[in-house]
Design a protein around this ligand. Structure first.
Ligand code: NAD
Ligand code: UD1
Length: 337
């Protein structure tokens, strides 16, 4: 298949391009490089031997996007492009709605105009909100989102459902990611956010490299194994493989589906910290702080639907995730130095 990957130079997108190319698909990337770097294309080439075709286009630029569709005859789309910082989305909500909703609608309009019928969309476990019991099941539907970022994911799922109802040829799969972490085992691709990270593993990674001196653990009084928050972490390479299966599924299916992509297992903050200590071979300092507002105690996926529809199951565990994350950090530091 010839596949348009929006946001393809980003963290999950770049890993997905590697898996798509490895499976023999042709990849065309659209990204405005807002949160990624052009050198990712060389890294994809170094891993796969193929440099994907690239357009530096903003999905808010409808004419630019339309040109990409005119110049390429796509079989399918994987749509990653969007803003993803929860805290920031509360400060500049309109910017988030514009990018993640208006940008997506531009893309869906181009799909319809150019008769591209298959799409996989990056949704998030955040759409469950704090309304439901674990494990989160797709049949629960959507909960109350607690921030504009989460609401943009919820709206996109609804828009795609309505789009499919009105266009019987369209197939749309919204993948609800749990917590993607880790990096490509080559150490060439990974996530190294600028500034102080908001998310757990990028933060721990910077403690491990000495850029930050300790982890703040947000609460140790939850009703969990050790009182700290429990999440379902998934290796980004496993997540990338789920996209290959999802786009192949979209091609043989019609209508809208939402599918969880997680491991089905939960790990506490301290369990992740200890797994990372093992990966980097040293003790990592932490201090217990108040709970972070908006956090839930426990989140993990029911993975049955992914198994049934996509034949997808994770292959990598928390030790692989921490090892590959640390390897990426060390390699990136060497390259910078
Ligand atoms: P990322 O920021 O690394 O990648 C997103 C890419 O989209 C970036 O390369 C960015 O430059 C690009 N982009 C943003 N706005 C654009 C626009 N208007 N036009 C063109 N390109 C644009 O993020 P990621 O972690 O790879 O996430 C990919 C998708 O998955 C996002 O939609 C995100 O919301 C979703 N998601 C991520 C997580 C996570 O924990 N990383 C969890 C659930 C869902
Ligand atoms: C975050 C996003 C969520 C997204 C999900 C997927 C926020 C608030 N939420 O959720 O929308 O769908 O990622 O990747 O960003 N923790 C610490 N110290 C830290 C950072 C985190 O103790 O410095 C704890 C948190 O309290 C939580 C766990 O680690 O219990 C995981 O946190 P994080 O990595 O931010 O992910 P989520 O909160 O699950």
């Amino acid at each position: 298949m010839r596949i348009l990957v929006t946001g393809g130079t980003g963290y999950i997108g770049s890993h997905t391009c590697v898996e798509l190319i490895t499976k023999g698909h042709e990849v065309v990337i659209v990204d405005n490089l807002y949160n990624s770097n052009i050198d990712v294309l060389d890294k994809i080439e170094a891993i796969t031997g193929v440099k994907p075709k690239f357009y530096e286009v903003d999905i808010l630029d409808k004419e630019g996007l339309d040109r990409v569709f005119k110049e390429n005859d796509f079989d399918a789309i994987i749509h990653f492009a969007g803003y993803k910082a929860v805290g920031e989305s509360c400060v500049i909500p309109l910017t988030y709605y514009k990018n993640n909703i208006s940008g997506s609608i531009n893309l869906y309009e181009c799909m319809a105009a150019h008769h591209v019928d298959n799409i996989v969309f990056s949704s998030s476990a955040t759409v469950y909100g704090d309304n439901f019991e674990v494990p989160f099941k797709e049949e629960y539907g959507q909960g109350d989102t607690t921030n504009p970022y989460g609401t943009t994911k919820k709206f996109n799922e609804i828009i795609l459902e309505d789009f499919c109802k009105a266009n019987k040829d369209i197939s749309a799969v919204s993948l609800r990611y749990f917590n993607p972490i880790g990096a490509h085992p080559s150490g060439l691709l990974g996530e190294d956010p600028k500034g102080i990270p908001n998310n757990l593993v990028p933060y721990i990674a910077k403690v491990a490299t000495g850029e930050l001196d300790h982890l703040n653990v947000f609460g140790d009084d939850y009703d969990t194994i050790d009182g700290t928050g429990v999440r379902d972490y998934i290796h980004v390479v496993d997540l990338a493989k789920a996209h290959v299966k999802a786009i192949e599924y979209a091609q043989r299916h019609k209508g809208a589906e939402v599918i969880n992509v997680g491991s089905g297992k939960g790990y506490s903050v301290l369990e992740v910290l200890h797994a990372y200590e093992k990966a980097c071979g040293k003790k990592l300092a932490y201090e217990v702080k108040d709970r972070r507002p908006g956090d839930i105690a426990v989140s993990y996926a029911d993975t049955k639907k992914a198994k049934e529809l996509l034949d997808f199951e994770v292959e990598l565990d928390i030790e692989d995730m921490c090892r590959d994350s640390y390897n990426f950090m060390i390699k990136s530091q060497k390259n910078e130095g």
